[in-house]
Design a protein around this ligand. Sequence first.
Ligand code: NAP
Length: 198
Amino acid sequence: MKIVIVGASGTMGTYLSKAFEAEHEVVRVDYKEGDVTVDITSPEEIEKMYKQIGAFDALICTAGPTHVGPWNTLDHNTFRKGVEGKMMGQINLVLIGQHYINPKGSFTLITGALTHDPQKNFANASAANSGVEGFVRAAAIELQNGIRINAVSPTVIENSPQYFPYFPGDIPVTMKQLEFGFRKGIFGANTGQIIKPY
Ligand SMILES: NC(=O)c1ccc[n+]([C@@H]2O[C@H](COP(=O)([O-])OP(=O)(O)OC[C@H]3O[C@@H](n4cnc5c(N)ncnc54)[C@H](OP(=O)(O)O)[C@@H]3O)[C@@H](O)[C@H]2O)c1
């Protein structure tokens, strides 16, 4: 299976690329450097990325930039980071990617537990996650040719200890759990689901 990983250089992307490379053809897509690059805030760059990659069977996205910071740093401009990045970036990956993905292919996007379980400093991510999750449910009943779409929604992950203090009481999701959440999205029959890997 040809699997595209957007955000491949990140914490999740690095782990998942390695995990799937053992069994599949993985196309790593990075933000700034690498064989294939994309800025997901740019529809033009997304189109260019798909043209470069050609047909594929699954896309997983672990790129979801948001503004993280105290409430008083949130305004129209800072809030746009999550709206144009994590939300519209991922939505555009699907809206444009549906014309390049093979029949019966799948998209698996990234959201997070902040959708329903907010924490201080992360209002931008909570809002962007909700937009992506609403889109996933709606797109699942519209996409053609057996194409599926899901999102993986972990709480803080074990390879991001810098975030542990912001998620008091949450048991970090292991990288294996995260991997198996994405496995469900790629290899399962489910669509329109928000997969909680814990
Ligand atoms: N880490 C956690 O505990 C956790 C838990 C739940 C949900 N999440 C969500 O999961 C996602 C990934 O988390 P992570 O910890 O793996 O993040 P990360 O380590 O910061 O990695 C993010 C990746 O996305 C890339 N990227 C950033 N802006 C981009 C853009 N405009 N276009 C294309 N690529 C871009 C980054 O490239 P560069 O490295 O070059 O900047 C990097 O490869 C985020 O949306 C986060 O909110 C994370």
